[in-house]
Design a protein around this ligand. Sequence first.
Ligand code: SF4
Length: 512
Amino acid sequence: MQELDNPTVAETKRFLELYTGIQSYKQEVDANCNITEAPFGFRFKPSSVRAIYDADYLLSQQEKGIELNPAEKAYREFCNQKIRWRHRIRHECIPADKILRVWRERQIKRAKFEFGAERDDYFIHVPLMFELAEGCSVGCWFCAFSASKLSKLLPYSVENANLWRGVLKAGIDVIGPAARWSTDYFATDPLDNPDHEKFCRDFHEIMGMWPQTTTAIAHKNIERLKGLLPESREAGCRVNRFSVITTKNLEKIHNSFTAEELRDVEIIAQSQDSTFMKAKAGRYIDSAKKSKKIENREAEKTVIAFEDTHSREEATKLAAEMEDQAGSICCVSGFLVNMVEKTIKLISPVGADERWPLGMIVYDQADFKDEKDFPEVLQMMQNRIKLRLDVNDIPRFSTKAEFQLLEHGFQLKSAAIKISFTQEGYADVLRYVGELINEGVKSANEICLLTFYKTSKPMQLTMGILQELFKGGYLDEDPKTPSQGYYKNGGPQMIGELNEKVKTAKEMIYSE
Ligand code: SF4
């Protein structure tokens, strides 16, 4: 018998799925937290965990010095465990290989600058990811990856099983144990592939971990999931996800699984009714452009989210400030391997824009033929990764950065944060280097020479500044810009190898 005054964690979680997924129920609860009838025949008394969903109430309780009740404490601890689990994965995703590790660190810094530390925390930056299909059967109107229609699947034949197992082993060899945190879907739905479980079993045997399943077609695969969820749990997988696109699907899922069975399954309520905000990327942007209704509805969700902690007026202002903040759902900073097309891409998250509408930068791409050449191709791509700025590169600030001169240096501002580069005694160098990078036409070598002639500061100092900016992810690494290009041409060069085009730095200064 369900205890209405002391619900279990699974029951509280189910209540929250209904509260955030169905507007009319949310309104009923907000008007009366003692109602016990919830949608789909579920019985729950919201007042038993009010501090979990009502921020104002929580604050008033804290002001009175009243502690959380046992049900609220248990749910809070459940959430904290999830956060710890995510942090553990993020930490264990650090590649053993130095090149990939340094590159991933740079991508994380770049993403932190663009999105802010809090939003970046949601990106795991997994170094490896697989797809076992081409396209996706679901066709969500908000798909941030604009996934194409499902066109091909990788069946678990003897040949493909050998390919898969060989590729997984190479992943571990090249990347290290961090590869175990990859999964077998990206811009695809894993349950589209009827052999997903077979591929997962191989993955578990080789990687020592069962890959997470995130699916938007749980409602069509109830019996299959009744087997998959416990099997994945037993094999160490702590989180699976159902993306729920309509209220009808949520009803089917809730009626088919008990709250306990879905305790470790995150239900992402994506229905129009839900309070869950969509990432502004890919197909979402196209849909919002076509429909004012969608745009307004999503804008209102942002206001509601801020209303938890701000007045309506402040929340509206904050939401308006966020309006132009680009989105991304790319959780990979590493290799994305499509097993059907036999392609490998080196990708990382970025706020969707005209250049990268899917919210991910594609730094490099290559094809492979089979499990024999896969390790070589992966290694070749890894070797093409640049660890430092070359003297002939033309440093430019990230397109997400707004440059401003300061008295003792300069400042870069993204949509999320401002960061100052200042140092007394070095203001002249920093200001001049900042200006030259902002112009975006001089090579690293030219910047070092020009700065030397203008400020008499050693070229090594300027090169050091440039390398630090590169390492910090503040410089544009667009692979499409030929002069900057991602591909190494000959590896890092020494500062003494001067650009022949520079006749004398003095001439350059005075010809400006
Ligand atoms: S959001 Fe996921 S399920 Fe929906 S179309 Fe895109 S890849 Fe498929």
